[in-house]
Design a binder for this molecule. Structure first.
Ligand code: IVH
Length: 687
């Protein structure tokens, strides 16, 4: 440590002026939210001050460097509030506010309108700041209202809290100021993300985060959390007097204290109601959470006349806005099946009212999320329902666990039809693959009848929906039992359209194996995979009890597809559907594949002589697409050149797309590539 020299007069002056300047910039930044210098300029001033203080050992109490650096405590000391810190009575309706107004007039024996003030009710932690001789001497929590904890060293780290009261116009000998310490919603979310990453428990809401941050034995932890203050009240004071609450608020503003974001005077209750509504409208636009508006009689003389009850003053009331959150218990965790077979977990709650609506359940998004948030059946949870957002579980309150809570298992069977489910490694979705699952049958039939599937012309989304809702098709096989008279009874069908539909259905009874496999909508089985399978299995029955090893031996067929196929055919209900389709007249038209292939060899393969380059993300793995191109006679290359015939562009194709344009190389999508193979195939029945 270098020997400290006594600071020369001009150094002291510079230090004092730097302190003033930095404190002013803190005020601009943290109180007014309108900085006038850049962060770099601020840092430069701060560094200069810190260097001078260090070198000359001259540090004045209000120096910004004094906000940080205090050592951790063992425990908080107790502080008695000179004037008890009261709580507020609540009103939940306009009528209750009118009643509050009537009571005040009655107590004051007044007819004329009362002058009130209206300000937001911050949802944070109440704090008392005691200034002695203009300097922050103590900061304490509310505690039980009479005695709180000494959190001075923590509160000093909050940049918007003045360490010294502005001297202009004089400072009171002593003054106890009251306000709310709060955390911005953005800061709260960031903090929780950091805590989650570190495996630490997250805070349920910004209020708890603010309270947890102030009640820290180590002030350096508080310093890391961006906290704010809004001053709204006063306890004991010596050497200063105010006539009204609004005059006091003006004084606070002059003295650079942070005050509530909205502050209005309103004469008479009807004007108060207008001001309250204005605040409620602004609620969502605030960076911080408020849970209501506080209405106070402005005149301090009248306040004194009205006095207080044991816990609340008679001159103020909190008008509570509808809550966005509530706690409740999870009675059960169940799965709901979507149209595509994805099974989404949801929580069933003990009914709870949030914002005027009774909430009984909410989605839990996916099974990984349940694990990540460690949500269990029997847990007490915080549920949020803000604005139009659907209710969701914010977190579980682990402290409320009794040990009887149960983890929700990922379903082994579909909760709707009892069918088999699949969940691939690394994927969050759990799916039911049963063709007859009522939750998905419509969607499955639309896919089945689609152009690349069984190609039943006229059987699109609308008609499937119509036939389904009329109860004519409940299962796949019902399609082949349809009669013309059934159709004619429906509003959309006339003689011709009904005949066309019947013919289209009839024509679809002789699909190729590849087409049928694709039509079944088995997860991951696209057209190419269906073709690969059809080359190896010529009858559906071949797949009923297929050994996984056999599947894995098929070139280009990935594990995902192999797994998906075996789960699909493991489902008894699916086998039943296959058999029912066959009984209904469905017959696979099997080209003698080996013979066809030989013939094909002599003929040209669809992509023969063509060079392809792949770029971007395609629906199938790049390797598989390259192999498919090669299998169809093409050449897959990695770089674009004048010899390239096609660029197969997926999502985010990058610079190769620009290069292709420069060289006038044709760009096709993955689907177009498949079309190209199909269109040029000399053996179109394979599809
Ligand atoms: S005045 C004697 N004004 O709400 C009256 N309180 O539920 C003292 N609060 O303990 C309170 N914003 O922590 C007042 N603008 C505001 C407020 C406010 C938040 C808190 C305060 C109080 C609690 C009562």
């Amino acid at each position: 440590m270098p020997e400290k020299r006594d600071a020369p007069q001009e150094v002291k002056k510079e230090i004092e002026s730097l302190v003033k300047e930095i404190n002013y910039h803190n005020y601009r930044y943290y109180v007014l939210d309108s900085p006038v210098i850049t962060d770099e300029e601020y840092d430069k001033l701060y560094r200069r001050l810190a260097q001078l203080e260090e070198k000359y050992g001259y540090v004045i109490p209000e120096s910004p460097t004094m906000r940080v650096g205090a050592a951790p405590l063992e425990k908080f000391a107790k502080v008695r509030h000179t004037v008890p810190m009261l709580s507020l009575d609540n009103a939940f309706s306009h009528d209750e506010l009118r009643e509050f107004d009537r009571r005040i007039k009655r107590l004051l024996e007044r007819e004329e309108d009362i002058e009130y003030t209206v300000e937001p009710k911050y949802d944070g932690l109440a704090i008392e700041l005691t200034y002695e001789g203009g300097l922050l001497a103590r900061a304490s929590t509310r505690g039980d209202g009479f005695e709180g904890e000494d959190v001075t060293r923590n509160i000093r780290t909050i940049k918007s809290v003045p360490i010294k009261i502005e001297e202009d116009g004089g400072v009171p000998q002593v003054i106890d100021l009251r306000g709310e310490v709060y955390m911005d919603i953005g800061e709260f979310k960031k903090l929780n993300r950091r805590r989650e990453d570190a495996g630490e428990p997250v805070f349920a809401n910004p209020r708890n985060a603010a309270a947890g941050s102030v009640r820290q034995l180590d002030p350096s932890v508080t310093a890391e959390r961006r906290l704010f203050l809004a001053c709204y009240g006063m306890g004991a004071a010596k050497g200063v007097e105010f006539k009204s609450h609004s005059e006091f608020m003006d004084w606070l503003r002059e003295k650079r204290f942070p005050v509530p974001a909205v502050f209005e005077k309103a004469k008479g209750m009807e004007n108060v109601l207008g001001a309250v509504e204005k605040i409620e409208k602004k609620r969502e636009s605030f960076r911080f959470e408020i849970d209501g508006a506080v209405i106070k009689v402005d005149d301090l003389g009248l306040q004194q006349k009205l006095g207080s009850k044991t816990r609340e003053p008679r001159w103020a009331i909190a008008y509570k806005f509808t809550a966005h959150q509530a706690t409740t218990k999870i009675k059960d965790i169940r799965g709901s099946v979507g149209r595509t077979g994805v099974i989404t977990p949801y929580a069933v709650f003990e009914p709870v009212r949030i914002g005027g609506v009774t909430v009984t359940k909410s989605t839990l998004h996916n099974w990984d999320e349940i694990k990540r948030k460690d949500i269990r059946i029997g847990d007490t949870v915080v549920v949020e329902r803000a604005g139009d957002v659907i209710p969701h579980v914010l977190m579980t309150i682990k402290e409320k666990r009794t040990g009887k809570e149960k983890e929700a298992p990922v379903p082994a069977h579909c909760p709707i039809c009892g069918g088999e489910v699949v969940r691939e490694e690394g994927e969050v979705a759990v799916r039911c693959v049963s063709l007859s699952c009522p939750a998905q049958v419509q969607e499955k039939i639309i896919h089945f009848a689609g152009r690349n599937g069984m190609d039943i012309e006229g059987l699109g989304e609308k008609n499937v929906e119509l036939l389904y809702t009329k109860g004519l098709i409940k299962k796949f096989e019902d399609l082949y039992g349809l009669k013309k008279e059934d159709l004619l009874r429906l509003p959309r069908f006339a003689q011709k359209s009904a005949s066309n539909m019947m013919n289209a259905i009839e024509r679809s009874k002789t699909p190729t194996m590849a087409r049928l496999l694709y039509s079944l909508g088995i997860p991951h089985v696209g057209e190419y995979a269906a073709r690969l399978l059809a080359k190896n299995f010529t009858q559906l029955e071949d797949l009923y009890h297929v050994q996984p090893e056999k599947m894995r031996s098929i070139k280009h067929l990935g594990d995902k597809i192999a797994n998906s196929i075996s789960v699909f055919f493991k489902d008894e209900k699916n086998i039943k559907t296959m058999e029912a389709l066959k009984s209904a007249g469905l017959q696979i038209q099997n080209p003698d594949f080996i013979g066809e292939k030989k013939k094909q060899k002599k003929q040209k393969l669809p992509l023969e002589g063509m060079t392809f380059v792949i770029s971007g993300t395609l629906p199938a793995p790049r390797k598989a697409v390259e192999e498919m191109i090669e299998a169809e006679g093409g050449h897959a290359s990695s770089a674009i050149s004048g010899n390239t015939d096609y660029l197969v562009a997926g999502e985010k194709p990058g610079s190769k797309l620009d290069r292709a344009r420069e060289l006038s190389v044709k760009t096709v999508s993955y689907e177009e590539l498949l079309e190209l193979i199909k269109g040029r195939s000399k053996n179109p029945t394979l599809f």
